[in-house]
Every structure is written in C-alpha cells, then in structure tokens.
Design a protein around this ligand. Structure first.
Ligand code: KG4
Length: 339
C-alpha cells in the first residue's frame, strides 16, 4: 500500500503544508507572514490570526501541487510543539478536523526533531544525500540553538543548548538595533559580504560544557552601538557593512567552537546543520572549512527545507507512521514540547 502523509507546520510565523508519498516530498507550500516586519519580531496574536487565514488555502495548494486526492491521504502529521501556543493551536486543530473528517490517524511531530529529519527529505529528481547514524546536528533557529546526537530517526539526545537567547534571536535583535528589517539574519548575512569581519570585536561568552549563550552578545552590541552613536550620530550608516560582518563572525565563531568540541567529544564526523540560521553563508563556509580540516562529512538541507516548513513535518510523520506512533484526538498543542 502507498503511504501518503499530509504534514502541517504552524509553530511560529510560517503556515506550511506538505504532501509526502512513500518517503518522497511531492509538495511543500509555505505562506510567510509579512505582518511582523513592522514590529521587528513575531507578534504572537497576529501570527495566530494569519495562520487562521492561511491554513486552508495552503493545505489546498499542497494537495493540488502534489497531484493527489484528499481520499489518498493515509495520515496527518502536525507540529505539536515547541512554539507559540496560539500558532500551534491552529495547525493542531486543523489536523484534528481533517483526521476526523477523513477517518485517518494523527501523528504528533516535535518541531526540533522535524528540523533534524529534514536531512532525510527526498525530492523527485534531486540528489537526495542523507547522513548515516549516528550523526551530530547543530540546530540553530530563531527559537533554538542546540547540539543533538542523532542515533536513529526517532532516537535523539540533546548534548548542549542555549541557556538564554537563540542564535537567530541574536541576529534579529541586533538587526533591530541597526534599524534593519525582520527577520534580521538574512539582511545581516547579505550586508556582511561587503564588510570587514575584523573591524569590531564583541565579547564571546565563557559558558562551560557544550551549552551556548547569546544574550550577552546582544547586550554588548547594543551598548557598543549606543556609545558610538553619541560620538557620531551616523555611526550605523557609516559602518553598516563592517558592523554586520563583525557581528556575523562573532556569532559563527561561538557556534563553531561548541560544534567542534562536540564533534571531538563524541568522535562523530557526520555533521548536519539545520534551522533558519543554517542558511547563513558564514556558518556554511565555516562548517565546510572545518570539514576539510577534520574529515567531517557535512549535510545541510536546501533553503526551502531549512527554514520552517511542513516537508520536514511530513518526513518525520512518515518515520513515525512506519513505527505506528499515532496520537488520539486528545493530544494538545504543547508550546514547550521536549525532544
Ligand atoms: O527555522 P526558522 O525559519 O524559524 C524558527 O525560528 O523556528 O528560523 C528563523 C531564524 C530567524 O531568526 C532568522 O533571522 C534566521 O533564522 N535566519 C538567518 C538567515 N536566514 C534566516 N540567520 C542568519 N543568516 C541567514 N542567512
């Protein structure tokens, strides 16, 4: 029998639906919410409202683009958490309604596990390279910065994580200080290309073990810019590229230091990066350079599957389907769901 899964993702500010058939992702539709740009960050209430508007058209398009019929869908996989509760509720409620209407089982998906399993997405006609087990993942997004050992599709252990802000949050908040738009990561990444990464030095945290911290960097960046603006009111405009390049180098250095330490400690040489910040050109370059030095084999999902998307939810749902891991209608959205 063919396995067709509808994946639903609505944990933050992207409404997404995907169709997977026998392990291959046939469609992955993402509606990003522009409404947050004016606020310099995601406004939870506005995010839930936009999900509410987007969910049905997005699912409809995903089914059409995949060329399947709703009757062919065997199970619906949905992001149960972690994320914003109001956002999660929209996807969770939709999944329940769809499952009841079609009489099919539901599969709960942890958003972080899905980012990791994005490395196993197969697309028609693509190269489809995947890591073997065990591999080490650096998961970096607007809400997470974690180092995870992956022993099997559904067997993962967090060995390090941020004790305060996530790396993407540092990008977004520093971008706000510079008056750049939201999300700030891609803008800083672009402006950094023309800047001098050694021009300014920002403090790096001294956190023991494999944990991260980014709140100190955000504060030191804010105070540095504020002090310089007193001397030159046009300081940001005069130094924008160098500020972005120096900030990017600091964030990448912090991420790489713990990734290298984790690889040494575990002896694992298959390295994957995932989450929105894995799209960063500086991080990708640093990981590839280290791969050449240390004999790592590196895996990075393509952009559409590294940002929030339902393709990764559908592929996680597929492995849970094969393991018969279903949930009942009582499964609530879980804003703090753990791996
Ligand atoms: O995974 P994602 O789409 O959403 C979650 O946070 O779950 O990640 C969004 C984050 C934002 O903080 C955004 O600024 C950051 O990923 N981001 C980047 C880049 N593209 C997205 N950060 C640095 N460089 C990029 N090229």
């Amino acid at each position: 029998m063919k396995v067709v899964i509808l994946g639903i993702e609505s944990s933050c500010d992207d409404t997404s639906a995907a169709i997977l058939k026998d392990g291959v992702v046939l469609s992955n539709v993402i509606a990003s919410q522009k409404v947050h740009e004016a606020y310099g960050g995601v406004v939870p209430e506005l995010a839930s409202r936009a999900h509410q508007q987007n969910i049905i058209p997005v699912v409809d398009q995903a089914i059409r683009r995949a060329g399947v019929t709703p009757e062919e869908i065997n199970a619906v996989a949905f992001t149960r958490g972690p994320g914003l509760l109001g956002s999660l509720l929209v996807g969770t409620s939709f999944a329940k309604g769809f499952a009841i209407a079609r009489g099919i089982p539901m599969i709960e998906v942890n958003h972080l596990q899905a980012h990791i399993l994005a490395n196993f997405i197969k697309e028609p006609g693509a190269e489809n390279r995947h890591p073997g087990f065990p591999f080490l993942t650096l998961l970096v997004s607007g809400g997470n910065s974690q180092l995870i050992v992956v022993r099997d599709y559904l067997d993962m252990e967090i060995i390090g994580q941020t004790i305060d802000d996530a790396a993407g949050e540092a990008y977004d908040k520093c971008a706000k200080v510079m008056g750049l738009g939201y999300p700030g990561g891609p803008v800083i990444d672009r402006l950094a290309q023309e800047g001098d990464p050694a021009r300014f030095a920002f403090g790096k945290p001294a956190i023991p073990g494999l944990d991260y911290s980014f709140s100190g960097l955000k504060t030191s960046f804010l105070y540095f810019v504020r002090d310089e603006l007193k001397k030159d009111p046009e300081f940001i405009a005069h130094n924008l590229n160098d500020l972005c390049a120096s900030l990017q180098k600091t964030i990448v250095d912090i991420l790489m230091a713990k990734l290298k330490k984790a690889a040494r400690q575990t002896g694992i040489k298959q390295i994957a990066i995932g989450g929105g910040v894995s799209a960063n050109s500086g991080l990708q370059k640093a990981v590839r350079e280290e791969a050449a030095r240390s004999g790592w084999e590196v895996f990075i999902p393509r952009l559409g599957f590294s940002l929030d998307n339902a393709g990764m939810v559908a592929v996680t749902g597929y492995y849970k389907y094969l393991a018969s891991q279903f949930v009942g209608l009582e499964a609530p959205a879980d804003a703090r769901m753990k791996i």
